[in-house]
Design a binder for this molecule. Structure first.
Ligand code: FE2
Length: 376
């Protein structure tokens, strides 16, 4: 397999679970009203749909935000006797649901649970005046869930039970287009079983692997394997901590999330310089720029690129390449007080990889932040 490109490896995935893309990502948060304001103001998401007491939902309020093809759902419980409250008490704000858009949610459930998937939601059909949505779900790592969403017979705003959310406050978007990949952090010795789970239960294929020899700094290390479905529309890298002189960022995550979960959501843009400038101006905090030497070495490491280096350096944007092209990327700081979930902004120019050449520069930057928190 080592001689195949990433694109060639994807064709080896099995097709018992056809996936059209990410349907939505749902976060459980302590105060969805305020979180929605943050994602609108800082990231440029647009008001889309709402469910809560005003729409007949008694136990929660959910805000659906949209930008490009991305749907972000922010849900908060309305009382303490609630599984969402328990989730937030343990994990803080974080990703609960990675929902996948499928053509047949009943078949997706049957195929995956027959292969060992643990049931989260039995298949069900939700209806309203706009049609029907079929939905089912299984657990993946930690308490995180994959829902299968079939919406070919639905033309409502989001799901049955949701109403259009008309807001008078509508900041402009920032050029975010679609979910490129979502990364999970798992515990010690849990990466390979998780990889096998994605192979066996979901029919995914391992397209890239990094070990602690490749991804390490003076202090800490991690191992990572990237799982993809056959068409490459859904990619889930899985990280595991590795032994280092000090505590790795993955361990810090596991300590503060109190378990396995989603580490970062990578969102694609067609113009990373413009997108990052806007995000910074609107208060999104990014990791510090790598040292000047990183940009001096850039032409040697990645070859010729279309962009001028000066604006990349000014914004701290990282560049990496593989045999199929190059990519530009930048990582936010965690978006909660617990050092858990963060975002990545990525622009691909041919490359199908994930920026392994940047991991060292990235890690050193993360470790500076970890040290400030007293967790290194
Ligand atoms: Fe990433």
């Amino acid at each position: 397999m080592g001689t195949l490109t990433v694109s060639q490896k994807m064709t080896l995935a099995q097709d018992f679970l056809p996936i059209n893309g990410t349907d939505y990502i749902e976060l459980y948060v302590g105060n969805a009203k305020q979180a929605a304001h943050y994602y609108k103001t800082a990231f440029g998401f647009q008001s889309c749909a709402y469910a809560g007491p005003e729409t007949g939902v008694r136990d929660r309020a959910s805000y659906v935000l949209k930008q490009g093809k991305i749907r972000l759902v922010l849900t908060t419980p309305l009382n303490s006797d609630n599984s969402i409250s328990q989730h937030i008490l343990k994990h803080g704000d974080g990703v609960k649901i990675l929902a996948l858009w499928v053509d047949d949610a009943y078949k997706a459930f049957e195929e995956t649970t027959n292969r060992g998937g643990k049931v989260y939601m039995e298949p069900q059909t939700l209806t309203d005046e706009h049609g029907e949505v079929k939905i089912s779900g299984i657990y993946t790592y930690g308490e995180t869930v994959h829902l299968f969403v079939e919406r070919k017979n639905y033309n409502g705003v989001f799901l049955p039970g949701y109403k259009v959310w008309n807001s008078k406050y509508n900041p402009t978007d920032t050029g975010l287009l679609y979910v490129d990949h979502c990364v999970g952090n798992v515990g010690w010795n849990r990466m390979n079983p998780t990889i096998k789970w994605y192979e066996d239960v979901m029919g995914f294929v391992n397209i890239l692997s990094f070990d602690d020899k490749q991804i390490n700094t003076e202090y800490s290390a991690l191992m990572s394997k990237v799982m993809s479905n056959g068409n490459g529309y859904v990619k889930f890298p899985i990280n595991e901590p590795a032994e280092g002189k000090k505590k790795s960022q993955i361990e810090e995550y596991l300590d503060f999330y109190e378990g396995e979960g989603v580490q970062h959501i990578a969102i694609a843009t067609n113009d990373i310089v413009s997108t990052v400038k806007q995000l910074m101006a609107r208060g999104v905090e990014f990791l510090d720029a790598p040292p000047n030497a990183y940009y001096e070495e850039l032409p040697n490491r990645v070859g010729k690129i279309d962009e001028d280096i000066a604006p990349l350096q000014e914004l701290g944007i990282l560049v990496d390449c593989d045999e199929e092209g190059y990519l530009l990327q930048l990582f936010t700081k965690p978006v909660e007080d617990r050092p858990t979930l963060f975002f990545e902004i990525i622009q691909r120019k041919g490359a199908q990889s994930f920026g392994a050449g940047n991991f060292k520069a990235l890690f050193e930057s993360i470790e500076r932040e970890q040290a400030k928190r007293g967790n290194l």
